[in-house]
Design a protein around this ligand. Structure first.
Ligand SMILES: [Zn+2]
Length: 255
C-alpha cells in the first residue's frame, strides 16, 4: 500500500506543477496518467493473474519448447505435484541458461540448462521453491509493481485494458516474471516451501539443501554466467543451504 500511496503522491505533485504553469503536460496527458495510476492502484488479483498468463504466453512464444526427453522427465517428475487452487502446468525451455520460474497462473517453466545440472531430488526442490514464490504471493506483488511502473511511464493505455498491452510492455513484464529478484526473507520462505514440496512428493528431505549447495558451487564455477538471476546475487546462499540441511538433519534424527 505504501508504494501505491507514494506513486499517487508523485502524480499529485505533477498535477501541482501543471497548476503552477508547467505547460509540458496538457490536461489530456495528465488525465491519462492519472487514469493509469488509478487503474494500477486498483488492479485486482485476477487481473494480475491474467498479466502473468499473458507474460508466460509471450515467453513460451519466444523460447524453444522441448517435446522430447527433457519434457518427459519433467512431466514424470511432477506427476504427483498438487497445489490447492493453483492449476499447475509444466514446460521445458531448451536453453543452456540455468533458471526456472513459476507464474501466478500456475505455469511453471524449467530451463533445460537447469535440468542438466540437477538430479531429480534437487530439481523438484528448485521447482517447489519457485512455486513457493507464487503461493506466498511474491510473484503477484512483483508483477503488480512492474505493471504500476509501466503505468507510471504512461505506457499502459488510459483504459488500462489488459488485452491492449503492447508487446513491449508485456516483454518487460515477462522479463520480470522470468528473472525476479526477491528479498532474503522471501527467499527463505520459498526455500521452506521447496523443502516441504520435495518431501510431499516423495523426495529426500535433503533435496532443498542439496540443490542450494549445488547452486553455490555453480556460482563459483565456469557456468556462473548461465545462472542468470537464480541465486547468483544472493550473498547468503551458503547460509540458505545450511539452514535447509539443519532442518533435514533434525527431521531424520541426525541432530
Ligand atoms: Zn527465489
Amino acid at each position: 500500500m505504501r508504494r501505491i500511496a507514494l506513486f499517487l503522491g508523485a502524480v499529485m505533485a505533477l498535477s501541482s506543477c501543471s497548476i503552477l504553469g508547467n505547460t509540458n503536460w496538457d490536461s489530456a496527458q495528465l488525465g491519462s496518467a492519472m487514469a493509469n495510476a488509478a487503474t494500477a492502484a486498483s488492479i485486482t488479483d485476477a487481473q494480475v493473474v491474467e498479466l502473468c498468463k499473458q507474460s508466460t504466453a509471450q515467453l513460451d512464444a519466444r523460447n524453444k519448447i522441448d517435446n522430447g526427453a527433457y519434457n518427459k522427465r519433467l512431466q514424470n517428475l511432477m506427476k504427483t505435484a498438487n497445489v490447492p487452487g493453483l492449476p499447475l502446468n509444466f514446460k521445458v525451455y531448451q536453453t543452456d541458461e540455468i533458471n526456472a520460474f513459476a507464474s501466478a497462473d500456475g505455469s511453471v517453466r524449467v530451463y533445460s540448462g537447469l535440468m542438466d545440472v540437477m538430479d531429480d531430488d534437487e530439481l523438484i526442490a528448485v521447482i517447489g521453491h519457485e512455486i513457493g514464490h507464487v503461493v506466498k504471493q511474491h510473484v503477484k506483488s512483483r508483477m503488480k509493481k512492474a505493471y504500476m511502473n509501466a503505468a507510471a511511464r504512461n505506457v499502459v493505455n488510459a483504459a488500462g485494458a489488459l488485452g491492449a498491452l503492447s508487446q513491449g510492455v508485456l516483454g518487460d513484464l515477462a522479463e520480470t516474471l522470468a528473472n525476479s529478484q526477491y528479498s532474503q526473507k522471501m527467499e527463505y520462505q520459498a526455500d521452506d516451501y521447496g523443502y516441504e514440496f520435495a518431501i510431499a512428493n516423495g523426495h529426500t528431505p535433503y533435496s532443498m539443501a542439496n540443490s542450494l549447495q549445488k547452486l553455490v558451487k555453480l556460482s563459483g564455477g565456469s557456468r556462473a554466467s548461465q545462472l542468470q538471476n537464480m541465486f547468483s546475487d544472493h550473498p547468503d546462499n551458503q547460509k540458505r543451504a545450511d539452514r535447509q540441511r539443519e532442518k533435514a538433519d533434525r527431521l531424520t534424527g541426525k541432530k
